[in-house]
Ligand binder design. Structure first.
Ligand code: BGC
Length: 479
């Protein structure tokens, strides 16, 4: 998923203005873009076994049917980083939305594994483009008062999208209708396309292109009041003057390199928790635990419910507990969950108490992710990038998210086969335990800190995990 935490990072200081219809449209776009992301993540899990039966797909082919979307998404992020600069955010969003609809229809009509993989790559391109561009656009359009809410809406909508996909899969499974499972995504895609077509161009992009008058008009349309528009234009001017190109900054500035690498590390952590193993292969995991066909898909739907509900927990607690404790707690829960699941699967299916326990453990794992690494990695990724290099930093971390996602999605079945079923879950248990250490060593606590302070301390070379901590008087250590 794209860098939606991005939306939290633009402190343009345009407070207290009324929300215009256009601004509502932008909030709606945030919601639909999140929903599309979630639907696409969720939809394959229920369809996979039916597809495998119809095409007699090998294990490797199944893995690639899953992972091809992430391959497309990684490429989509990179394409969007360029297109959204050259053609503008809005046009890039429209292209992404068109690809969504085309990809979904193409998936539904696929006649072979090969065409399905190509169709999933098209879907992936759409999702990569949208997960990069939508948050970027939103951050440039939303006023400061509503940005935080939009981040949360976006995150929540991803989990709602996943849940809807799981439920729709469960319903269509009674008709063995995998084509409908994949094709139904075209409908929200059309809504997204229509919404994107009516969006105003981003004022910040217009300013980057030197089109000041058009930027003023776009802002007026969005804010509905002339008073603050001049101030906001001046702020954009000031921001653009301070901007260095990302690669040059990365090459020349070791402190910026740290924030880029931290973003990459955080996204690797998020993906290698193994959450998407559950997202893509939950029915298979329920199968390993001894569940019958339809029960597997309803079990998967319960995973979607817990994923969504636990996200509320994160939204409620993140600014009170802080990022580090929540991440550590979530990772510990995930590590324990994977370890227990591995143990149960090794003991073999036993219809009865153990099955219920396997479900409980899986749900704990999912909750652990949804209240920690799921939302917080995105929030942190946006908070730690200095303004001058934000687009570059986010393109790096978001691409990493998709590449790591692809690795996880394309290796699970092989791991089950080669490493063994229980051991595969233990591998993820071990990784989650390792991530606890990495978080303690490298992740700063950004709760309650202004973005300026984070940036100041980061660029002054302060040790990452000390950022935001009060200095001990007379204390030494990296400044
Ligand atoms: C992750 C996705 C994951 C989703 C699950 C997102 O934060 O980036 O990879 O599928 O959470 O809710």
């Amino acid at each position: 998923m794209g860098g939606y935490g991005h939306a939290a990072t633009m402190e343009a200081g345009w407070m207290g203005k009324p929300v215009t219809g256009r601004a509502r449209l932008v909030a709606g776009l945030a919601a639909v873009a999140g929903l599309m992301f979630g639907l696409d993540i969720g939809v394959i899990s229920g369809a996979l076994s039916l597809i495998a039966q119809e095409f007699e797909a090998t294990q490797l082919q199944q893995e690639w049917i899953v992972a091809s979307m992430m391959l497309g998404a990684s490429a989509g992020v990179l394409i969007a980083a360029r297109l959204s600069f050259v053609w503008g955010r809005k046009r890039t969003l429209v292209i992404g939305a068109m690809l969504f609809v085309a990809g979904a229809v193409f998936c539904a009509l696929s006649g072979s594994v090969g065409t399905l993989i190509v169709a999933r790559i098209v879907m992936g391109l759409a999702i990569g483009i949208s997960t990069f561009t939508a948050p970027l656009y939103i951050s440039e359009i939303a006023d400061a008062r509503h940005r935080g809410a939009m981040v949360s809406v976006y995150q929540l909508m991803i989990t709602i999208g996943i849940l809807l996909a799981f439920v729709s899969d469960a319903l269509f499974s009674y008709f063995d209708a995998w084509r409908w499972m994949l094709g139904v995504v075209a409908f929200p895609g059309v809504v997204y396309l229509i919404g994107a077509a009516f969006l105003p161009a981003s004022p910040r992009w217009l300013m980057m292109m030197g089109r000041r008058d058009a930027a003023r008009r776009a802002l007026l349309e969005l804010r509905g009041q002339a008073g603050g528009v001049a101030r906001e234009l001046a702020e954009i001017d000031a921001q653009l003057r301070g901007q260095t190109r990302g690669w040059a900054l990365f090459r020349d500035n070791p402190n910026f390199r740290r924030s880029v690498l931290l973003g990459i590390m955080l996204q690797c952590i998020q993906q290698f928790t193994g959450m998407n193993v559950v997202m893509y292969y939950a029915p298979r995991i329920f199968g390993l635990a001894g569940f019958a066909e339809h029960a597997r898909l309803w079990g998967t739907a319960s995973v979607g419910v817990v994923n969504m509900l636990a996200t509320f927990l994160a939204i409620g607690l993140v600014d009170r507990w802080g990022r580090r404790p929540m991440l550590v707690c979530g990772l510990l829960v995930m590590s324990a969950g994977m370890a227990l699941l591995g143990a149960m699967i090794r003991m073999g299916p036993d219809p009865g108490g153990q099955q219920a326990m396997a479900v409980g453990v899986l749900l704990c794992f999912v909750a652990g992710f949804a209240f920690s690494a799921g939302p917080l990695v995105w929030v942190l990724c946006s908070e730690i990038q200095p303004l001058q290099g934000r687009d570059f930093g986010l393109a790096c971390s978001t691409t990493t998210n998709w590449i790591a996602n692809m690795i996880v999605g394309s290796t699970f079945l092989t791991l089950l086969d080669r490493l063994g079923q229980g051991q595969t879950f233990w591998l993820y248990a071990g990784l989650n335990a390792l991530f606890v250490v990495l978080v303690l060593l490298f992740v700063p606590e950004t709760k309650g800190l202004s973005l300026e302070r984070i940036e100041h301390e980061l660029m002054a070379g302060r040790r990452l995990r000390d950022i935001g901590r009060e200095r001990v008087p007379g204390g030494v250590g990296p400044a």
